[in-house]
Design a protein around this ligand. Structure first.
Ligand code: ADP
Ligand code: MG
Length: 487
């Protein structure tokens, strides 16, 4: 299969015809070719988005009409949901049922922001004297949106939907590994005749060339990025060195999942496993540090290990697969590096740590891996693995649990498991993270804010917060005196 990029309403190759092979990670074989954008290609996409923002209809269209177009996009995603889910799994590896959930979320996200488009209002400011002062909310402009490979189309929706609702124009760059659903989505968008050409552009290419062209451009007003903390920091710095474009960042995590002795034990086992092994652990908010009260520590780890060994690994296209392969060979090597680091640190490898053999040897699989008695200061307890590897750390009491939970440069998410309401609420208040789940892990409802404390990011996506990223406030002062100013 050969795909093309979407620039200014046209499907195009890269201007030097260069392409990149995209893998099916379950089979370790090439699935498709996509264009490898050059700087010139990305600059053409930026120019189209700039023209549409400065001179086009989109930012000035009645908000209700923009909203209706977003609802059409939501419907179009639903019409193609089966096909998009299959493509997502073929390219990214996750189980098909999870891709189906992601595609449904992508559609819901367009619906949410479609509904919000005509509910953006400014305010009248209570100033003194004969004057009227009010605030207009205006779209921030041309947006460069750079996304990772773990939830490809859903991440695209989280970025594109609020930007469009606000009246922005944009250039989206999917991750090198997983561009296919975004490119297929471009074809679906192209069928929506009310969406002007050049408002949404989708370019495929690498970070240092295509991504960096967006970040350095003086014609881009805002960058929305989801990915590694390292690249996020570079983006912030580069924005400062160019045109001080607005930046929102959703970065890494090392999220604590905290289990008290008074939690429901069955819920705890399931929650601990789901927290880390869902989506192969390739989740920025994965519950990758399990903090467990000493009195249930052994029992919980034993039960987790027993169930982890039974998790069915396989091709995401096969029914019954619970965990797919990692996204590519390079990423698997990185995860294996952390497994080595864990072993060398003296932590106890309880299960996994290996590549499964047989049929699965072709793909980039890693067995669910649990390390116990991990030193809370060690690299395995502090650095993001982004794979199916969890660090278990026992604790003595509530105050130690809080201290350990916050002992991280990150602050994206946390889970707390207990039947004691007051204890749960105390932890909710004390843990420094963008979301705290109580007796659950992972739901990210789009009606609420999503983002990180500390080095997990800047800004919030989703909900009403998510659209603020794409708006800026303009104050308007109207003098109601008819006399010349006295000065
Ligand atoms: P990972 O290494 O886990 O894939 P990254 O943060 O490198 O995470 O990648 C996330 C996204 O950021 C991808 O779309 C990637 O192409 C992009 N990216 C990587 N480096 C840069 C860069 N220097 N400038 C802009 N985008 C980048
Ligand atoms: Mg990288």
């Amino acid at each position: 299969m050969t795909y093309r990029m979407y620039i200014d309403g046209e499907f195009v190759e890269s201007n030097n015809r260069q392409t990149r092979d995209v893998d099916n990670p379950a089979k370790g074989e090439v699935l498709a070719q996509v264009p490898e954008a050059t700087t010139a290609d990305v600059e053409r996409a930026i120019a189209a988005a700039r023209r549409e923002f400065d001179e086009g209809k989109w930012p000035n269209m009645p908000a209700a009409k923009r909203g209706r177009i977003l609802l059409q996009i939501a419907q179009a995603i639903r019409t193609h949901a089966k096909e998009l889910a299959r493509l997502e799994t073929l390219n990214m590896g996750k189980p098909l049922s999870e891709s189906e959930g992601d595609i449904a979320d992508a559609a819901d996200c367009f619906e949410y922001y479609g509904g919000l488009a005509n509910k953006i209002t400014g305010e009248v400011n209570p100033i003194s004297g004969r004057a009227l002062d009010f605030t207009l909310k205006e779209p921030v402009g041309v947006c460069g949106q750079i996304i990772p490979w773990n939830f490809p189309l859903m991440m695209a929706a989280w970025k594109i939907a609020p930007a469009l609702a606000a009246g922005c124009t944009l250039i989206l760059k999917p991750a090198e590994q997983t561009p296919l659903t975004a490119l297929r989505f471009a074809e679906i968008l192209d069928g929506i005749s009310d969406l002007p050409k050049g408002v949404v552009n989708i370019v495929t290419g690498d970070g240092p060339t295509a991504g960096a062209t967006l970040v350095k451009s003086h014609d881009v007003d805002k960058i929305a990025f989801t990915g590694s903390t390292e690249v996020g920091k570079w983006i912030l710095k580069t924005s400062a060195e160019t045109n001080l474009k607005k930046v929102t960042l959703e970065l890494g995590g090392k999220s604590p999942n905290v289990f008290f002795a008074d939690s429901d034990f069955e819920m705890a086992i399931a929650g601990a496993l789901f927290g880390i092994f869902y989506n192969q652990g390739e989740v920025c908010s994965a519950g990758s540090r399990i903090l467990v009260e000493k009195s249930i520590h052994k029992k919980l780890v034993d039960a987790m290990a027993e169930r982890a060994r039974q998790i069915r690994l396989g091709d995401g296209m096969e029914a019954g697969t619970k965990m797919g392969p990692l996204v590519n060979a390079e990423h698997r090597a990185r995860v294996e590096g952390f497994i080595r680091i864990g072993k060398e640190s003296g932590a106890k490898l309880v299960c996994g740590g290996n590549r499964p053999g047989g049929e699965l040897a072709r793909g980039y699989f890693i067995a669910p891996t649990i390390f116990d008695h991990v030193d809370f200061n060690s690299r395995l307890a502090q650095e993001e693995v982004f794979g199916p590897v969890v660090a278990v750390i026992p604790f003595e009491n509530e105050s130690e649990a809080i201290k350990l939970a916050n002992h991280s440069q990150y602050g994206l998410a946390a889970g707390v498991w207990t039947k004691d309401f007051t204890k749960a609420m105390h932890l909710v208040k004390k843990i420094r993270a963008g979301i705290v789940w109580v007796n659950h892990y992972h739901p990210a409802p789009m009606e609420g804010p999503w983002g990180g404390y500390k080095q997990s990011g800047i800004g919030r996506e989703l909900g009403k917060y998510g659209i603020e990223n794409y708006l800026q406030a303009k104050q308007v002062y109207i003098n109601l005196n008819s006399k010349p100013v006295q000065w």
